[in-house]
Design a binder for this molecule. Structure first.
Ligand SMILES: C[S@@+](CC[C@H](N)C(=O)[O-])C[C@H]1O[C@@H](n2cnc3c(N)ncnc32)[C@H](O)[C@@H]1O
Length: 480
């Protein structure tokens, strides 16, 4: 982040604007919404600013900028059409540690102004560090259309209620639930749609009875959401998973959960890593189960976040059994499993009328006594076998498939870091799979797909294929 986003309280604070034209006028309009005390210095004023000065909304100092005018100022804006004057103002502000914005000059500015959506007291600010103003404007337009016009009324109502909610509900977690319930519930919906007047007695009565209900429940029972985080790309998270992430007090997550997905959780949620590196069990399954139980019993809302889908080679069932044994409430949010995500992003349809009519998900941990896999079924033509956790067992898997009659020409693919920007796909046949995987140094997490469908990768790949650097030619065209 190049700029630190803040909201500055400027009511009754002195702000200097240098320049008296239309650009300055636009900035002043915005400043006046905060009730700042604006002084404008300029040899001349535009008509609209002259009217404001005459009405006493701003103070006008006729003439050129003088550094002494900055004395006591909280903020300054340089909006003249002379670059040298703007630079001089910026320099003087920097010397005095007064934050300055120079219109259309990112280099000279200490702060820049975001595009805003104003539903005061709710204000949404969008910025691109000055890189893409048109993009920020587009985002602002989208937000404008998304945010209800009466959002401000609702926020003001909440602000009015805060002291009584705080007085009635002792615990911070109870208050948070009250507010979540309030904003998700029918009172908020009625205010936003205009069916209820935010300042009316009807609303206050309804809120009063809801508050009484919450006050009666001294402590909330905790609960666990067992959530599939998908294979990595945060875009593959379901809406329900996003909701669970936003609602959670604690996130208990695994190694396969990508940083981008974790980033979508509430900022103040506690994050507990219980990941296991292959062959190196940091936290035992029993300890993870016990942790979930302990957190829920402490009244926390826990999001148990697992890579892919929690019920596919994710031991989600075992964790739920532990919760059931302790009578803890839970929900399950399915996720996109690695097979579906990796195959899609590699352009490999797992079934295809011409190539595969059956599909099996297999664990690669299938050696020795734990090998209960029906290898002859996997070996049949027209079958796609997807091996999870198969990388370390590649030689064994290939050997077992050969034993059961898989021809050397049977196609296969290894997908490393599927759905992530670093995704790699190695295609091979049974004859050279082990060798190609070693040559390419395929690393975990990787998924093995065995079946003729993997040949389609060549024609159907679409993701991450433009790793070619694009550059601008002298004529301003893009070339590879
Ligand atoms: C313990 S299993 C968990 C599977 C997960 N529950 C799911 O539904 O995808 C871990 C294995 O999933 C596969 N895997 C998970 N994410 C992957 C990814 N982004 N790319 C490739 N393989 C992945 C790998 O085979 C890895 O060894």
């Amino acid at each position: 982040m190049d700029y630190f986003p803040i909201f500055l309280r400027l009511a009754n604070e002195p702000v200097l604007v240098v320049g008296g034209g239309e650009v300055a006028a636009r900035k002043i309009d915005l400043l006046l919404r905060t009730a700042a005390k604006v002084t404008v210095v300029s040899p001349e004023l535009s008509d609209s600013l002259a009217a404001k000065a005459a009405a006493g909304d701003i103070t006008y100092v006729p003439g050129e900028f003088q550094p002494e005018l900055l004395d006591g100022m909280r903020l300054a804006i340089a909006a003249t059409d002379k670059q040298s004057v703007n630079a001089w103002v910026a320099h003087q502000c920097e010397r005095r540690n007064i934050p300055v914005n120079v219109v259309d000059d990112r280099e000279l500015s200490r702060f820049i102004m975001p595009a805003i959506v104003d539903r005061s007291p709710v204000v949404v600010a969008v910025g691109s560090s000055g890189d893409a103003p048109v993009l920020t404007r587009r985002l602002r337009e989208k937000l404008e259309s998304l945010l209800p016009q009466r959002l401000g009324d609702l926020a003001r109502l909440a602000g009015k209620l805060r002291p009584s909610v705080k007085a009635k509900l002792e615990h911070a977690s109870t208050r948070r639930r009250f507010w979540e319930n309030f904003f998700d519930g029918s009172i908020a919906a009625d205010v936003l749609s205009g069916r209820e007047d935010a300042a009316g007695q009807g609303v206050l009565d309804r809120i009063g009875s809801s508050l009484t209900r919450f006050a009666r429940q001294s402590k909330f029972a905790g609960e666990v959401a067992l959530v599939g985080a998908g294979p990595g790309d945060p875009g593959l998270l379901t809406l329900r998973a996003l909701r669970a992430l936003q609602n959670a007090d604690v996130i208990v997550y695994d190694r396969l959960v990508s940083a981008e997905v974790l980033d979508l959780a509430r900022r103040d949620a506690e994050r507990i890593y219980v990941g296991k590196a292959a062959g190196n069990h940091h936290v035992s399954q029993e300890d993870t189960n016990a942790l979930l139980v302990k957190l829920a019993k402490a009244g926390k809302r826990v999001c148990r976040l697992k890579g892919g889908d929690p019920f596919i080679f994710g031991r989600g069932g075992e964790e739920l059994e532990a919760l059931v044994a302790e009578g803890i409430r839970f929900e399950v949010v399915p996720g996109i499993t690695a097979a579906a995500g990796c195959a899609a992003y590699a352009g490999i349809p797992l079934t295809h009328r011409d190539h595969a009519q059956a599909l099996t998900f297999v664990t690669g941990h299938c050696k020795g006594e734990s090998d209960t896999v029906d290898w002859s079924a996997l070996a049949r033509p027209g079958h796609t076998a997807v091996f999870y956790m198969g990388l370390n067992q590649l030689e064994n898997i290939v050997a077992r498939l050969r034993e059961h009659g898989v021809p050397e020409s049977r196609a296969a693919a290894l997908i490393e870091h599927g759905t992530r920007p670093s995704q790699r796909v190695v295609t091979a046949t049974i004859a050279d799979l082990v060798q190609k995987a070693a040559e390419a140094r395929v690393a975990s997490p990787a998924l093995l797909i065995v079946g003729e469908v993997t040949r389609l990768h060549e024609a159907l790949h679409w993701f991450n294929t433009r790793s070619v650097e694009l550059a601008l030619t002298d004529e301003g065209r893009l070339s590879a």
